[in-house]
Design a protein around this ligand. Structure first.
Ligand code: F6P
Length: 365
């Protein structure tokens, strides 16, 4: 071991967690040690750890056996943005730019690169740090599958399989009680989880933020199903789904977060409206954070391992300011600035919208 002269890198996991993050931490750490004899430092709780100077060395043993674990062994934070950091002041909380402290921590650690694993918020901050002189490499993650510059994020497959399991289970009880059952899934302002789990679970109505719905039309659809002898209806609704001319249902505003709006509750609103418009019983089920928990699917484990490994290749090639990505089935990279450009929503003419419609699903439009 060339102590003192060994190249050091650091890794942090920001934003909401998702299944597969530990597989990335494992891949980055193992490859960095095995192929480059690097020392890997794990930053605690996302960007919080850079501001609070909280980190630890990750050894090969630390990351052995974690590929199956959900969550992140490093912890994460959704409100720790060094450029808008919540600082306690008399009379409340003030958002301040403490990025110089974060940059200082990176410099003092003597790392040649900071690997930031996160969604568009985390990667946007990584991009700013890069512009402020920090050598950064990004790894896109989120169950929402909405990061620009990559066709897919790890965590998404796991979330879709949990959401689909929910839809499958709801099917049987909907059938027994002849009810309208609305399954609300996550995804923030993108409808990817709803679209995929809606198709996979055979949802009768799929509501996505990209296609505003008309409640009266959904009610007429349900009644038509009834007239054809279909006595129950499964609605798969994205949390960001919104009525035509209306807005999404906001559950909570977290002022200290880089992305303050927490969505949720559209299923309950719809259930009430559909009950009164159809005279049928309606129930709502929120899949919520179940979609972010538990072990990653094999697909996500493989994807996360590939992306973690590719991130170390970017570091070795000194290709900073970029994130690893998947395009047309190949692992590649893209500038971090692309991810910072807001969420990747379902394009208007996406082939899966056509697949859903052609197999009988209705988008409420
Ligand atoms: O971005 C991941 C995600 O799970 C979204 O699907 C959801 O809108 C949001 O995070 C929930 O955030 P929180 O964990 O802060 O409730």
């Amino acid at each position: 071991m060339r102590n003192g002269r060994r190249q050091k890198i650091a890794i942090l996991t920001g934003g909401g967690d998702c299944p597969g993050i530990n597989a990335v931490i494992r891949a980055v750490t193992k490859k960095a040690i095995l192929e480059h004899d690097m020392q890997v430092i794990g930053v605690q709780d996302g960007y919080d750890g850079l501001v609070a100077d909280s980190h630890r060395v990750l050894t090969y043993d630390d990351v052995s056996g974690i590929i199956t674990l959900g969550g992140t062994i490093l912890g994460a934070s959704k409100s720790a943005n060094p450029y808008k950091y919540p600082v306690k002041v008399r009379g409340g909380i003030e958002l301040r730019d403490v990025s110089r402290t974060a940059v200082r921590t990176v410099k003092r650690l003597g790392v040649s690169c900071l690997v930031c694993v996160g969604g568009d918020g985390t990667l946007g901050i990584a991009h700013r740090l890069f512009k402020d002189g920090v050598p950064v490499v990004g790894v896109p993650k989120t169950i929402d599958n909405d990061v620009r510059g990559t066709d897919i994020t790890f965590g998404f497959d796991s979330a879709v399989s949990i959401a689909t399991d929910g839809v499958d289970r709801i099917h049987t009880t909907a059938q027994s009680h002849h009810r309208i059952m609305i399954v609300e899934v996550m995804g923030h302002r993108a409808g990817w989880i709803a679209l995929h789990s809606g198709i996979a679970g055979g949802g009768d109505v799929i509501l996505v933020p990209e296609i505003p719905y008309d409640t009266e039309k959904i009610a007429r659809w349900v009644k038509r199903r009834l007239s054809l002898g279909r006595r129950f209806t499964i609605v798969v609704a994205a949390e960001g789904a919104r009525p035509r001319g209306g807005t999404e249902v906001i559950r909570k505003v977290v002022e200290t977060s880089a992305d303050p709006l927490r969505l949720g509750g559209v299923s309950f609103v719809l259930a009430e409206e559909l009950e009164s418009l159809t005279g049928l019983e309606a129930r709502a089920v929120l899949m919520g954070h179940l979609q972010r928990g538990g072990p990653p699917t094999p697909f996500d484990r493989v994807l996360a391992s590939q992306l973690g490994s590719a991130a170390v290749d970017l570091i070795a090639g000194r290709k900073f300011g970029r994130m690893v990505a998947v395009r047309a089935g190949e692992v590649t990279s893209a500038p971090l600035s692309v991810a910072a450009g807001g969420p990747r929503v379902i394009p208007r003419h996406h082939r899966l919208l056509e697949t859903a419609r052609s197999t009988g699903a209705y988008f409420g439009d």
